[in-house]
Design a protein around this ligand. Structure first.
Ligand code: FES
Length: 318
């Protein structure tokens, strides 16, 4: 389902808790009954009192649908969403959420290697809870700069398969060693700072293990939007209104269609999934960090905020 098709609904914030230095968690409950089911790796869109829409991974136990939990790191140079969550008294307030949606699926595998950096523990936590529940063999490496800033340590199992690495004390985890130690049937899931993910990507490619790696980016490095800003000119047709627009070589697809259709966006940088749209005809050129190689090749959907077109014309379900 694309983001466009999901509706916002209201929940009540029942708890806000400081989980670590700079990390607050919110627990949200429905008016009655249970919340929609979700798989580990899913995230929510949350509409803040100011109207900002932000995405956060669910880190509650997926089997317990009486509540959703998210955790938010205060981002010093962010765009205001995390500050608002940290600074607003939200307990008892109603907020609108949409989702859950999942661009980071936990695929079946005989074993897993989970690598979390900092707040990247949030999607990993739901995955670890699932792996524990299903008794799937896994190893978790959770890295952070200081122990005090690392949330949810108390929720992790004890044992040699869970390693907490404090980089200011023992240095960063040796990614090459971790990847070399993984068996061929291990799926490697990682979430964390873009530098760590980039390094891991390179390490896996070098080791011939790119096919085993699944990544989730939390923030853009700005490359997607920059790449999407210019390129070949092409024509886009909006199927719902029949509007036809030429996207100039010096403008983005989003700029060309903004105001002409109902397209929800949030990050506008290809990493949140809010603008995912069905491609009815034509070959999209992807610049997002959400779709995997198979989905890109299939070309059935695209993130319109950063995508362009390989074909002279693109027909979008907008
Ligand atoms: S608005 Fe976030 S991926 Fe397009």
């Amino acid at each position: 389902m694309t983001g466009e098709e999901q509706e916002f609904f209201e929940v009540t914030v029942r708890q806000a808790k400081l989980e670590a230095e700079g990390v607050v968690s919110l627990e949200m409950v429905p008016d009655s009954g249970l919340l929609p089911p979700y798989e580990p790796g899913s995230h929510l869109d949350i509409e803040l009192p100011s109207g900002l829409i932000r995405q956060y991974s669910l880190c509650s136990p997926p089997a317990d649908l009486s509540f959703y939990r998210i955790a938010v790191l205060r981002e010093t140079y962010g765009r205001g969403g995390s500050d608002e969550i940290h600074d607003t008294a939200l307990v008892g307030k109603r907020v609108r959420i949409r989702g859950p949606r999942n661009h980071f699926r936990l695929e079946p595998s005989p074993r897993y290697l989970f690598i979390a950096g900092g707040i990247g523990i949030t999607p990993m936590l739901a995955m670890v809870i699932r792996a524990e529940r299903e008794k799937s063999p896994y190893e978790l490496v959770y890295a952070g700069r200081h122990l005090e800033t690392m949330a949810f340590r108390e929720k992790l199992a004890n044992g040699p398969h869970v390693k907490v690495v404090v980089s200011t004390e023992t240095g960063r985890p040796d990614l090459a060693e971790l990847v070399a130690g993984a068996t061929d049937d291990t799926l490697i899931y990682a979430c964390g700072p873009s530098g760590m993910l980039k390094d891991l990507d390179e390490v896996c490619a070098k080791a011939g293990r790119a096919g085993q790696l699944r990544l989730e980016k939390f923030a853009s490095d700005g490359e997607a939007a920059a790449e999407a800003a210019t390129g070949h000119s092409f024509v886009v047709e909006l199927a719902k209104s029949g509007t036809v627009v030429t996207v100039g070589s010096d403008q983005s697809l989003l700029e060309a269609i903004q105001g002409l259709c109902d397209l929800p966006t949030s990050c506008e940088d290809g990493f949140c999934g809010t603008c995912e749209t069905r491609v009815l005809e034509g070959i999209p050129e992807h610049h997002d960090t959400i779709l995997n190689a198979k989905e890109r090749e299939a070309g059935k959907t695209m993130m319109v905020c950063v995508g362009r077109s390989k074909s002279p014309r693109l027909l979008l379900d907008l």
